[in-house]
Design a protein around this ligand. Structure first.
Ligand code: AMP
Length: 578
């Protein structure tokens, strides 16, 4: 029998989830009806001639598929202060700033109470499932979360990252309390104006409450790995702070200092304990459970572009379970991880059919359609097929209608009648010069294969990105790598050849053979270069916990290309096709 928690009724949450997923098609129709009834008076929908109809068939016939660029002029008017009904029936008062790290530039998207409500529904749903298998006791969570800078748009609307809106919302605080996942750091640390100081203090709070920590969390795996890489450098300073009860002079933000002074007291015994725990580790293996012996799991988005960080995270985690958090975006939530015991590589997300209206554009076309040059038609949530890949199209409660999110997902199975999705990749082709097409996933796999060669020298790849260099004739692929130490010339040359050979798409291979694509170039950058890229995005308003390393840099993010170019230590050209 599942117990009742402080304010989350576990049985009720599970029952609700079972109910909405049993007849997902009906729930989808109802969600669409609700969205269109609430927003039917909006200019955007009025112009499309729906005339009050709310059924999926009329909706699909009248409303076109759009990308962010199509909606940008409408969102711009909202941000500039036009408070007429543009995209929604009720005026939008808050704007989210997507991290901009996947496509190179931040996007404005509307945020409202319904999206906040969806957030809490997703959090509650995945929480009850994971708490069934990995119950957490009364305690605290070490959460590497950061409120990004908020600003006011020209029209007076509050703008900031979606996660910041969530962290500032009172429902989030009470929800987290009910889920026993209250952050061990004070708000002043979460919302501090300097993320490096906030990170330092998150670590310090984690250590002060080390016996109470039940889980370690961040939105994306990258920031957990980043936090513990930082720990490796500052751990002795943290111990000194605890021993003396005096905060490091590196922390200079007055609000952070004031809040930490209430928590930090001289505790030589704790400092010794942490020192002993760290000293017995070999190369920091198992750091997280050693520091936090009562932690039950590590939680954060671990799939998609976070996969390259799993190896390092596993190293820090030792035997501690890694659990992927849910699937969503600044544009809205999609699915909850209701199979928490699966390893991150197999994690799936069950779509919650009442939080939006979802369509799926098949990526594979059948042969007849290809011959007739027919474009594939999107299918409904319950019409998707197991094993197939689709691009996801979202209609949400905040003014996005048939919006192509830019993500590719694969259907792995069903929970009742709602699909369980695996995140595959962003949909855009990253690397292309002529007939070659390589996606984010192709790049990730090539890098993964080549990086294995570094293990021979006990080195690891810290981070990577790519660039298409067409300033040479013929153009060629450039891969930027940051490595944990100095690799030998021999291994790096081998890595470069391996990268070139690992791009297996027929277009690339044939172009390389006839030299219509030049030899791949590996550019090794100095240590800390990717940290500079992170700083660059944070300055632009991205929150550390929403950061995703851009996997291809070029025309849209020239500043990042400049940072990389300025920091190249060595470069190699492949001889794989000579
Ligand atoms: P943003 O709104 O800019 O912070 O990023 C949202 C994007 O992050 C999504 O469109 C996905 O590409 C990616 N994302 C979000 N959740 C997951 C997940 N669980 N697994 C993999 N990628 C994810």
């Amino acid at each position: 029998m599942l117990e009742k928690m402080e304010s989350i009724n576990v049985d009720q949450v599970i029952e609700e989830f079972e109910t909405i997923t049993k007849d997902a098609e009906k729930v989808q129709r109802e969600a669409l009806k609700k969205i269109l009834e609430e927003n039917g008076s909006a200019e955007y929908l009025q112009n499309l001639g729906l005339n009050g109809r709310t059924d999926p068939e009329s909706y699909k016939a009248c409303v076109p598929l759009v990308s962010h660029a199509d909606l940008e002029p409408y969102i711009r008017r909202i941000a500039d202060g036009d408070n007429s009904r543009i995209l929604t029936g009720k005026a939008i008062t808050t704007i989210s700033l997507s991290s901009g790290t996947t496509q190179g530039k931040s996007k404005f998207v509307p945020f409202n109470d319904e999206l906040m409500e969806n957030t809490m529904q997703i959090y509650r749903t995945s929480f009850v499932f994971r708490n069934k298998e990995f119950p957490i006791g009364k305690g605290k969570a070490l959460q590497f979360i950061y409120g990004s800078k908020q600003f006011i748009t020209k029209g007076g609307l509050t703008a900031g990252t979606a996660t910041s809106h969530v962290y500032r919302n009172s429902k989030f605080k009470s929800g987290m309390k009910a889920m026993q996942s209250q952050c061990c750091s004070p708000d002043e640390v979460i919302f501090g104006s300097d993320y490096q100081q906030s990170l330092y203090c998150h670590l310090l709070c984690g250590l002060i409450f080390c016996e109470e920590i039940q889980l370690v969390y961040s939105t994306f795996a990258h920031s957990i790995v980043h936090a513990f890489r930082t720990f490796e450098v500052v751990w002795e300073e943290l111990c000194t702070d605890i021993r003396e009860g005096v905060l490091s002079s590196q922390v200079t933000v007055p609000s952070i200092q004031a809040s930490m002074s209430k928590i930090l007291k001289p505790d030589p015994e704790l400092a010794d304990l942490i020192h002993r725990r760290c000293s017995r580790l070999s190369n920091w293996y198992g750091l997280i459970p050693t520091l936090f012996p009562n932690a039950k799991y590590i939680y954060g988005i671990l799939t998609g572009s976070m996969e390259p960080y799993l190896k390092k995270l596993r190293h820090y985690a030792g035997e501690l379970h890694l659990m992927s958090a849910d699937y969503g975006s600044s544009e809205g939530w999609i699915g909850a991880n209701v199979n928490p015991s699966l390893p991150p590589e197999s994690a799936t997300y069950a779509v919650l059919p009442n939080i939006g209206y979802f369509e799926f554009l098949p990526l594979q076309q059948n042969v007849e359609d290809q011959v007739l040059c027919l474009k594939p038609e999107p299918v409904g949530l319950t019409e998707v097929k197991v094993g197939e890949e689709y691009e996801i199209i979202v209609t949400n409660f905040a003014g996005l209608y048939r919006y192509q999110l830019g993500d590719v997902v694969k259907v792995m199975g069903f929970h009742n009648s709602t699909p369980e999705l695996k995140f595959v990749r962003r949909s855009n082709v990253l690397l292309t010069i002529n007939i070659d097409k390589n996606t984010e996933k192709d790049l990730q796999l090539s890098v993964e294969t080549a990086a294995k060669l570094l293990a021979e020298e006990k080195l690891e790849m810290v981070d990577f990105t790519s660039h298409v260099d067409v300033s040479t004739d013929p153009g060629h692929y450039v891969i930027f790598w940051e490595i944990s130490g100095d690799a030998s010339e021999e291994v790096l040359k081998e890595c470069c050849n391996c990268l070139d050979r690992s791009f297996a798409d027929a277009g690339y291979v044939s172009s390389r053979k006839v030299n219509s694509i030049g030899p791949l170039e590996l550019r090794v950058v100095h240590k800390g270069t990717f940290h500079k890229i992170l700083d660059h995005y944070v300055l632009l308003g991205c929150a550390l916990n929403q950061f995703k390393t851009p996997r291809c840099v070029g025309t849209v993010n020239n500043a990042v290309l400049q940072i990389l170019t300025d920091n190249v230590a060595k470069n190699y050209f492949s001889t794989a096709y000579v």
